[in-house]
Design a protein around this ligand. Sequence first.
Ligand SMILES: Nc1ncnc2c1ncn2[C@@H]1O[C@H](COP(=O)(O)OP(=O)(O)O)[C@@H](O)[C@H]1O
Ligand SMILES: [Mg+2]
Length: 278
Amino acid sequence: MGNVIRVQHLNYTYPEAKHQALTDVSFDVAKGEWLAIIGHNGSGKSTLAKNLNGLLAPESGTVEVAGMTLSEETVWDIRAKVGIVFQNPDNQFVGATVADDVAFGLENRGVPRDEMVKRVDESLERVGMTAFADREPARLSGGQKQRVAIAGIIAQRPEIIILDESTSMLDPAGRQEVLGVIRELKDELNLTVLSITHDIDEAAVAHRIILLNDGKINEIGTPSDIFAHGTDLLRLGLDVPYSEKLKDALIQRGVAMPKAYLDNERLVDYLWTLHSTM
Ligand SMILES: Nc1ncnc2c1ncn2[C@@H]1O[C@H](COP(=O)(O)OP(=O)(O)O)[C@@H](O)[C@H]1O
Ligand SMILES: [Mg+2]
C-alpha cells in the first residue's frame, strides 16, 4: 500500500500574521485511508488542507504527495492529485450548467474535447447527477450542489479528496447523501479521503482522526481513542451529539454508563439492557 501523503515538520505563517497557523506538523496517510481532521475554529485545518494541494506553500518542512515533493515544479501535478471540496456549495460554481461546471477544471488543464465530454458524463454518473447535466447549478439543493462539486473533482482523476467541512451547511439528509457518494467513490476509485469536520458521525467512519489544536497536532488516534474523551470533545472541536449529552446527564444521576462513544442506536440498546436487569 504505502503512504500517499507524507508531511514532515510543516510550518506555515500567513503573510503579515503575528502567529504561526501551523507548527511542526508531521503525519503520514496510507493510500486508501479515510482520515478525519478535527479541531476548534482557527486550529489550522483549512490551512493544512491548502498546504497539501499547493494552494499555500509551506514556510518550512516538506509535503510529499503521491511520491512528489511539493515545490514550484510539482505544484500543478500535485493540485491535480488532490481535490478539495469546500464548505459553501454556492461559492464553488463557475459554469452556467452542471455539465459546464464539471468541465471547467478539465478545460483549464487542456484536456481534449472528446475526452472532456466522456469524463463529464462519467463523473456525473458516478455522483448520480446525470439527469441534472443541463440544469443551472444555482437551482440545486445543497446536497446536489456538493455532489456536482465532487463530480468536478473526480473528473480530474485525483488520488486524494479533501472535504473541508463540505457537509456542514447541509441538512442531515444532504450530509448522508454526500457522505454516501464519497464512500462509494472511495471504494470504486481507491481514493484516499481526508475529511475536516465537526460532525462526530462523519469522524466516526474514519480509520484515524487527527486532532489539531492551535496549529499543532494534539493527538492522532482511532475514533475510539479520540471519542474516549467524552464531552471534552466539545472543547476539542466536535459537536457533541444528543446521545453523549444524555449519557452525561445519566452519569450525573448515578447511572452506570460505558465510557465509549455510543450513537443513538447503541445508546438505546444499552438502555434496554439496563432496563431488563432492573
Ligand atoms: N488568509 C488569512 N490571513 C491571515 N490569517 C489567516 C488567514 N486564514 C486563516 N488565518 C488564521 O490562521 C489560523 C488557522 O486558520 P484556519 O486554517 O482557517 O483554521 P480552521 O480551518 O481550523 O478553522 C487562524 O488563526 C486564522 O485566523
Ligand atoms: Mg476551516
